[in-house]
Design a protein around this ligand. Structure first.
Ligand SMILES: Cc1ncc(COP(=O)(O)O)c(C=O)c1O
Length: 392
């Protein structure tokens, strides 16, 4: 089926149970889909942009209230939309990092954290991961001391993922922020896998910036996301323009420099806005998501030779698993090689795992119903049994 002349209609979540680690939290709500149809035009939300001409002051659609609500929901003083979490990193790094400045980043961080420092010509120093793949307050303290010895100054900024994308492990943000603040280092909380998924409160965590991704975890179209901050940091990271044209004397009101004026328009912002009530409600039910995840994790664990590489018991629905000692053994002699697993899952209507992956792979059960989780768990067990693996 085509959705227009030259583009197929995408049918993934309509026809399958999707386990794709990066997609499941960003799937649109019906409300977002409808809002996108009405407001998808590029500058649609500018219909009612009045003085002082800034996105977060627009009252129809209710973007003004939305910005206030999101900040409050995150336990922060102010929030702005950004075109993806990476642009939030860029905005913060652009405020605090100059050429040659050291910045600390947890070693499990996404590449976009590193690139946001590179753009500023800053220098990354990593906080190592422990043997069990965690970033700790103790290692943070040691690395701050290392940086002070190497650079003669403290890191200008510290990035920490609450839940990392590699293992879905949860890290001690509160402890890490406490250590960083003893050295007056601002802390950027990467909430790409938490904001919109589970309750997040920046005040309780003691962080200076929260960055979330709309298309990763807030049921919104790409590119979208949020940067939220404290009252203390807001004037720095959301500073307004002081620029003046030398010939014309033109000035640009209260446009914010870090995001080059207005950030999200059209589909991304109305999608975020329309999904927000459901997103706000769903984070309160994260325990149910974890319970569903457990059903699939336990089924996989019961297949002899399978190891859960993520922390266990699980605290997040994104899980990394090692099936070198189970499904990969089958792949060695199967006529479809490693593709036997994705093919067998596909026949059962399950998608989202990298085709051919039978060694180390990730899955995310977020958004499943209990029935779907049971179905996925049974599907893995049946594929294992059919191929002669032992179930314990
Ligand atoms: C941990 C983490 N941080 C940041 C990003 C970038 O997010 P965005 O696509 O919203 O810029 C990703 C994307 O995969 C991620 O996994």
């Amino acid at each position: 089926m085509k959705c227009c002349d030259n583009i197929d209609a995408r049918m993934v979540d309509e026809t399958s149970i999707n386990l794709d680690p990066i997609q499941v939290g960003g799937r649109l709500t019906l409300e977002a889909m409808k809002a996108m149809i009405c407001w998808g035009d590029g500058y649609s939300v500018c219909d009612n942009c009045r003085k002082p001409f800034r996105l977060d002051y627009i009252e129809n659609p209710p973007l003004k209230d939305f910005h206030v609500d999101v900040a409050e929901w995150l336990g922060m003083a102010q929030a702005r939309t950004v075109p993806g979490a990476r642009r939030g990193f860029q905005q913060v790094a652009g405020t605090y990092v100059e050429k040659g400045d050291p910045v600390l980043i947890g070693a499990l961080a996404h590449y976009t954290s590193y690139l946001s420092v590179e753009l500023q010509k800053g220098i990354v120093r990593e906080i190592p991961k422990t043997a069990d793949n965690h970033i700790t307050a103790e290692d943070t303290a040691n690395r701050i001391e290392d940086v002070v010895r190497e650079f003669g100054t403290t890191p200008k900024l510290l990035y920490i993922d609450h839940v990392d994308y590699q293992f879905g492990n949860m890290h001690d943000v509160k402890g890490i922020a406490k250590v960083a603040h003893q050295y007056d280092i601002p802390v950027l909380y990467n909430g790409v896998y938490t904001v919109g998924i589970m309750p997040v409160n920046g005040r309780e965590l003691g962080v200076d910036f929260i960055v979330g991704s709309g298309h990763k975890s807030m049921a919104a179209p790409a590119p979208s996301g949020f940067l939220a901050t404290t009252e203390e940091r807001a004037d720095e990271v959301f500073r307004t323009t002081q620029m003046e044209g030398d010939l014309t004397g033109r000035k640009f009101g209260i446009k914010e420099v870090g995001i080059l004026g207005c950030s999200l328009m059209g589909a991304p912002i109305v999608g975020l806005l329309a999904s927000f009530p459901k997103v706000k409600a769903r984070v309160e039910h994260f325990d149910e998501e974890l319970a569903n995840s457990k059903i699939v994790v336990e089924a996989l664990r019961s297949i002899e030779g399978t190891k859960i590489l993520s922390e266990y018991p699980r605290k997040h629905t994104l899980t990394r698993v090692d099936t070198t000692g189970s499904f990969d053994l089958i792949a060695q002699t199967h006529k479809k090689r490693g593709f036997f697993l994705s093919s067998a899952l596909g026949k059962k209507g399950i998608t989202g795992i990298i085709p051919g992956a039978t060694k180390v792979w990730k899955f995310n059960t977020y958004g499943m119903t209990r029935k779907q989780a049971e179905y996925v768990a049974d599907a893995y067990l049946e594929i294992a049994e059919t191929n002669g693996l032992t179930i314990n």
